[in-house]
Write a protein that binds this ligand. Structure first.
Ligand SMILES: Cc1cc2nc3c(=O)[nH]c(=O)nc-3n(C[C@H](O)[C@H](O)[C@H](O)COP(=O)(O)O)c2cc1C
Length: 387
């Protein structure tokens, strides 16, 4: 049911709208407070190169103050799907330039999300059929998507401490490649069951060496990865995403609060561009972490609260976040921000069939509100003429 607050928000004049005010993201000017959340959509080619379709898709969505790209592996061993874009080879770097160029040409900004799949990888999806790696040899539950259909997950190989250090440090070179590809910065994916999260969570990190055990060990990989990227391209161009308590992909975190509080304390002196936090009913991360983070905070309402025009607005208007990340609505509304400015409702989220897939359908053919209005007008004009 629509609340009084929501109705008030909907009536707010566009210029006063809490999401439509500009924001200085550590020197990167954002036109508004809306972040397009990272979403894997599997439209790269089989060489892991970004495609012209992706340039069209991201360009259509450049009205967001900031776009965070779909997850891109910081090294080939971190890929989770062959159609996920890479950022390793000169060809892959070059292929991103039309994408980042399209966003910039439309006045937007785009960070690359560096996402290492860790145990979510599968030999069928990894170059050369290699084994996925993880903090510990604990397999993910469920089934894995491959080009040949669904497969059983495999038990990942536990990284040695030396390998973990090298992987964390690899975020430096990945961040440099992202800038060469035209990105404005990088977001390190420490959320939603991927490698960095696997180090943070006690269910997937059973190590007793310097990358495991008590809190100081479990946050080490995240801190080293972030520091490496920050040293390489400047902390003002680096964000970190976390989703404390998120059980996606079989994740288990007995007591997230001490882990994430320690992580924030370790990162505070760096002066990062932002922290991106997904809320969760099992651990109200935004309420707990917001007072502990002096820098920019981008919030995502999490799966339990649908991101709507009202919930997104309330997150920023209440001061619980400086920026709000909007995921699925961006699949169905290329013009989330333009709709906010025009006071037009967002098209509703449709089924999961739209999440992945191939080709333009459900990807670049979702209409903008002005196109919908034009279509309606032409239909009613035609109907009137026929009467
Ligand atoms: C199709 C799809 C792909 C996603 N891929 C990623 C991803 O690559 N990286 C990431 O951090 N989150 C990913 N997410 C999670 C979203 O960024 C977001 O947190 C989630 O959809 C909840 O926000 P929403 O309610 O606004 O959609 C994905 C979500 C969807 C629906």
């Amino acid at each position: 049911m629509e609340t009084t607050k929501a109705r008030a928000t909907a009536r707010t004049a566009p210029t006063d709208h809490p999401l439509l005010t500009p924001y200085d993201l550590s020197g990167t000017p954002l036109a508004n407070r809306v972040v397009m959340a990272p979403m894997t959509r599997l439209r790269a080619d089989l060489d892991g190169a970004a495609t012209p379709l992706m340039a069209e898709y991201y360009g259509q969505r450049a009205g967001a103050g900031l776009i965070v790209s779909e997850g891109i592996a910081p090294d080939p061993g971190g890929r989770i799907h062959p159609l996920q874009p890479g950022l390793d080879t000169p060809g892959q770097i070059e292929a991103w330039r039309p994408v980042t160029g399209a966003v910039h040409a439309a006045g937007g900004r785009i960070f690359a999300q560096l996402m290492h799949g860790g145990r979510n990888g599968h030999p069928a999806n990894l170059p050369g059929g290699g084994s996925p790696v993880a903090p510990s040899a604990v397999a993910a539950p469920g089934r894995v998507h491959t080009l040949d259909g669904k497969a059983d997950p495999v038990v990942p190989r536990a990284l040695s401490a030396r390998e973990a250090r090298a992987l964390a440090e690899g975020h430096a070179e990945a961040a440099r490649r992202a800038l060469r590809a035209g990105f404005d910065g990088v977001e390190i994916h420490g959320a939603n069951s991927y490698l960095v999260h696997q180090f943070l969570a006690d269910g997937t990190n059973l190590r007793t060496d310097r990358y495991g055990g008590p809190v100081a060990g479990r946050i080490r990989f995240a801190v080293e990865a972030v520091e490496a990227a920050a040293d390489a391209i400047g902390a003002h161009r680096v964000g970190l995403r976390v989703s404390p308590g998120n059980r996606e992909g079989g994740m288990a975190e007995r007591d997230p609060a001490p882990v994430y509080r320690a992580l924030l304390a370790a990162l505070a002196p760096l002066g990062l561009a932002y922290l991106h936090v997904t809320d969760d009913p099992r651990y109200p991360a935004l309420d707990d972490l917001r007072p502990r983070w002096a820098g920019t905070l981008a919030g995502n309402t999490g799966e339990h609260v649908e991101t709507t025009r009202e919930s997104a607005t309330a997150l920023v208007a209440s001061g619980r976040a400086d920026l709000v990340s909007v995921g699925r609505p961006y699949i169905f509304n290329p013009d989330v921000v333009e709709r906010l400015a025009a006071g037009v409702a967002w098209a509703p989220i449709r089924g999961k069939d739209y999440h992945y897939g191939s080709g333009p359908h459900g990807y670049v053919d979702l209409p903008r509100h002005d196109a919908v209005a034009t279509l309606r007008t032409s239909v009613s004009t035609r109907e009137n003429a026929e009467e």
